[in-house]
Design a protein around this ligand. Structure first.
Ligand SMILES: C[S@@+](CC[C@H](N)C(=O)[O-])C[C@H]1O[C@@H](n2cnc3c(N)ncnc32)[C@H](O)[C@@H]1O
Length: 215
C-alpha cells in the first residue's frame, strides 16, 4: 500500500481547528459522496495563494465550493479574486450559498459551463489555477490551461496519485486500469511541459504543482 491514511490523518491533526461551516461541508460531501479536497489540501491551497501573492485565481471544478472557500480565503489576503467553473448547476448553487455564509461571496465569481467549452474562450491569464474536475479530461485541461498561466504563475492539479495507484507496483482493481494509465501519462506530460517547473506532493490524493517560468 502506497497511500498512507495514517499520514493523512496525522497531517490533518496538525492543522488548526476548522470552522463549523467547513466541517458542515465535509459532512455533506461524505453523506452525498461529492468528492472534495482533503482538509490538508484545502489548507495548502490557501497557503499557496498567500505565498505566491496570486490575485487572479481560476478554479476548474467547484462542486459545493469547499476548495473555493480556501482559495477565496487566500485571495482575501492577497487582494485577489477567484473565478470558479463547474458544469453542475445544482452544486454551484449550493457553493454560492456556502460562500455567502463564509462571508466570501464578493471575492468569488461562479461560472456554470463545461470547462472544455469555456476554457478555449478565455483570453485573460491567471496567477493561480487549481484543476479538480473530471480526471479523464486532465490532458485536455492541460492543453487549454497551460497557456493561461501568467509568467511566474502556478497551476495546481489534484488527485494525480489517484489513491496511490499511480505508483508502479501498487495493487488496484483492474476496472481502474484505464484511469491509472491515463493519470501516469498525464503526470509524465506535465513533468516534461516546456517552460514549467513541476513537483508532485504525496498528500491528499496527490497534488502536482507547476510553476510557469518567468520570461
Ligand atoms: C472533485 S469535484 C470538485 C471538488 C472541489 N474542487 C472541492 O474540492 O471542493 C469535481 C467537479 O468537477 C465538475 N466537472 C467535471 N467535469 C467538468 C467539466 N468538463 N467542466 C466543468 N465542470 C466539470 C463536476 O461537476 C464536479 O462538481
Amino acid at each position: 500500500m502506497f497511500y498512507s491514511f495514517e499520514l493523512e490523518k496525522y497531517l490533518e491533526d496538525l492543522l488548526p481547528p476548522r470552522e463549523e461551516l467547513l466541517l458542515e461541508m465535509e459532512s455533506v460531501s461524505l453523506e452525498e459522496t461529492i468528492p472534495v479536497v482533503t482538509p490538508t489540501v484545502g489548507h495548502f491551497l490557501e497557503l499557496m495563494v498567500e505565498v505566491s501573492g496570486a490575485r487572479d485565481i481560476l478554479e476548474i471544478g467547484t462542486a459545493i465550493g469547499y476548495s473555493t472557500v480556501y482559495l477565496a480565503r487566500g485571495a482575501r489576503k492577497t487582494g485577489g479574486k477567484v473565478l470558479t467553473v463547474d458544469m453542475n448547476k445544482g452544486r454551484v448553487e449550493r457553493a454560492s450559498r456556502y460562500l455567502e455564509r463564509a462571508g466570501l461571496g464578493d471575492l468569488v465569481e461562479i461560472h456554470v459551463e463545461n470547462a472544455l467549452k469555456y476554457l478555449p474562450k478565455v483570453t485573460k491569464s491567471y496567477d493561480f489555477i487549481f484543476v479538480d474536475a473530471a480526471k479523464g479530461e486532465y490532458p485536455e485541461y492541460l492543453d487549454l490551461i497551460s497557456p493561461l498561466v501568467s509568467p511566474g504563475g502556478v497551476m495546481v492539479v489534484d488527485n494525480v496519485l489517484f489513491r496511490g495507484w499511480v505508483v508502479p507496483g501498487a495493487v488496484y482493481d483492474l476496472k481502474y486500469e484505464k484511469m491509472v494509465t491515463a493519470m501516469r501519462g498525464f503526470l509524465d506530460r506535465l513533468n516534461h511541459l516546456p517552460g514549467f517547473k513541476v513537483s508532485v506532493l504525496p498528500f491528499g490524493d496527490g497534488l502536482a504543482i507547476a510553476r510557469k517560468c518567468e520570461v
